[in-house]
Design a protein around this ligand. Sequence first.
Ligand code: AMP
Length: 125
Amino acid sequence: MSYAYDDQNIFAKILRGEIPNTTVLETEHSLAFRDLYPQAPTHVLVIPKGPYVSYDHFASEASEAEIVDYTRAIAEVCRMEGVALTAGDGFRMISNAGSDGVQDVPHLHVHILGGRPLGRMLAKA
Ligand code: AMP
């Protein structure tokens, strides 16, 4: 079975310039921008520019250049936001996928959260 990508999702519209965003970093294959509803002092979303639904989709089908660019973009955002362990107190990366993962926007994104203690990873159900 293949992955189905909906090009009308909101992040695809951001990539096409149809919706504004607050860009933190743009690279050849990736874009990082501030979450519209931040849940921590640092809350940045990092997306690949290619049409990938989820991390497993990206990791399976993206080119090596895209994967390296995306991985390094995430690290660069952590440094820029002052949460990288080189100078900051750390961060959490979250990438929701599908219905059990409660993914609202079906374009791969990693949330980078930091700037305060974030508590345990999951609330008890
Ligand atoms: P997820 O539930 O992992 O799919 O997260 C989607 C995230 O996108 C949420 O944290 C939203 O606050 C965020 N979001 C939705 N629309 C926008 C937008 N136009 N610009 C920035 N962030 C957005």
